[in-house]
Design a protein around this ligand. Structure first.
Ligand code: URA
Length: 480
């Protein structure tokens, strides 16, 4: 028998990932390593362009776990965080994630420990990655490069410089958003090409590979000038959101000095005309709660009621959106605890969706009612009232970042989309949202409460089917 160069219990493994954003590859290797009982200090993770095996002991192949190895413990919270953090440009990220996975086997609730340095670092990495994706969504600007009516047609090219390995992960977003255009996004971390039907990838590009300046830039400038809201102008916040390094790729930024100069004047005109004025987005859920308590942007906020904030985990994978608090919700200050909420609970349970791990909120944060003697009769919010309150719903969504949003009824759907849709036409199918999450729309449980007999049964079955589809999708997203 040939002697092994190192005893099996001391052997080091080098995992070479073929791509810097290869989360699935990391996951597969990590599973085999955990099941083979290989501690983090004996694993070296190498990505393309990495420096190789620091210990000079190239372990080569991955270990083969014993056939009776225990399944690896990795909850949804960890997987969701890890899939984002894995795209960070920090070379230590894969080792950090493996250390967390290893520790999770003994401490299943580790991810809840916000003081743990590994958990905190992983959260920080994931947050940076999400921020980079958000910037890519917001700041990619296409320029027209070729117009050949008969042959290739118009082709648009954009240049973007991501800080992390986010290009491939965002391909779906741009494909859905610009499905009918032919475009390329060039970046120093690789390129995406969409020909209207298929997506392909290319090697890293350089700044001069992309054109600069074309007639469509005037359109961007006009668009930007028209959406520019002087009442929201905060130069510090603007620079934080749109750092100067992105300016050179964005035609509309040429307008900024001019717009800033005119902002004060336009702001006083808007205030005089009674137009809306919201501040910067709150950065925490308690800050939103405090702000909605003071919100008087529409007539509902001026009634004798209280603001009802959403409730649920800050990192819930599922956000459920209702219309507005009802009488009981208004009295208790909690969403979905009255009759509609109780019916919702029963259907959620039937579908296997756990209310406590979901974030429940409403499109409108105050109860709209009409006093009738001692009673307060529910009144539906108008489209304008829902649209006004979208600011808060979007603020909650930006913080919770659910993978999936379930809108209950037409008001909730409008709160999410900013337009009115017909429930029967859109239910049961996901709608892609700009941040890469999905919106599913179904009926509101109070609609079921208003029905009897066969009609109720029929609608209840449709409701159950929608919830079952949501549950299935959540499982898929969690990689279960
Ligand atoms: N109906 C809703 O839409 N939301 C609630 O919170 C309660 C009832």
């Amino acid at each position: 028998m040939m002697a092994l160069p190192y005893p099996e219990t001391e052997r080091c493994f080098t995992v070479r990932l073929p791509e810097s954003d290869d989360f699935d590859g990391w996951r597969e290797a990590a599973r085999a390593l955990v099941q083979s009982d290989v501690p983090p200090e004996r694993v070296v993770w190498v990505e393309p362009g990495g420096s190789g095996d620091l210990f000079g002991q190239d372990g080569g192949d991955l270990p083969s776990p014993p056939s009776d190895a225990r399944p690896v413990r990795a909850n949804r919270r960890f997987l969701s965080l890890a899939s984002d953090a894995a795209l960070h440009s920090d070379i230590q990220r894969f080792a950090l994630l493996y250390r967390l996975l290893w520790r999770l086997q003994e401490r299943p609730r580790l991810m809840e420990d916000k003081t743990d340095p590994d958990v905190r670092r992983a959260e920080e990495l994931a947050k940076n990655v999400r921020r980079d994706s958000h910037k890519m969504h917001a700041f990619v600007r296409f320029r027209l490069v070729e117009s050949d009516e008969d042959e290739a047609g118009e082709h648009y090219i954009a240049w973007f410089e991501p800080e992390h390995h986010i290009v491939r992960a965002n391909a779906g977003f741009f494909m859905r958003r610009f499905a009918n255009m032919k475009w390329s996004i060039l970046t120093p971390r690789g390129c995406l090409h969409w020909d209207g039907e298929t997506m392909s990838e290319g090697p890293p590009a350089q700044r001069f590979d992309a054109p600069s300046g074309d007639p469509t830039e005037d359109l961007w400038r006009k668009y930007y000038a028209s959406i520019f809201n002087p009442a929201r102008l905060k130069v510090g916040a603007m620079l934080r959101e749109m750092p100067r390094k992105y300016w050179k790729n964005m035609p509309e930024t040429a307008l900024i000095p001019e717009l800033v100069a005119g902002a004060q004047k336009r702001e006083s005109q808007m205030v005089a005309a009674g137009a809306l004025e919201f501040d910067e987005r709150p950065e925490t859920l308690p800050a939103i709660e405090e702000a909605i308590r003071r919100c008087r942007q529409c007539p509902i906020g001026k009634l004798d009621n209280r603001a009802v904030m959403g409730e649920g985990p800050r990192d819930a994978a599922l956000m459920i959106v209702g219309e507005q608090p009802g009488d009981q919700e208004d009295q208790s200050g909690r969403p979905f605890i009255g009759p509609a909420g109780q019916l919702l609970d029963r259907h959620l349970e039937r579908a296997g969706i756990v209310r406590e791990t979901s974030y429940l909120t409403n499109a409108v944060k105050h109860f709209k009612f009409e006093p009738r003697g001692k009673r307060r009769l529910h009144r539906s919010p108008t489209a304008k009232e829902i649209d006004t309150c979208r600011w808060w719903l979007e603020s909650e969504r930006a913080l919770v970042q659910p993978q999936l949003v379930l809108a209950l009824g037409a008001s909730a759907a409008r709160g999410m989309l900013g337009r009115t849709v017909s429930i029967s036409k859109v239910r049961g199918e996901p709608i892609a949202l700009e941040d890469g999450s999905e919106l599913w729309i179904t009926a509101h449980p109070s609609y079921l409460l208003r029905l009897d007999g066969e009609a109720r049964e029929k609608q209840a079955a449709l409701f159950d089917a929608d919830l079952a589809a949501v549950r299935e999708r959540l499982d898929e997203l969690a990689g279960a």
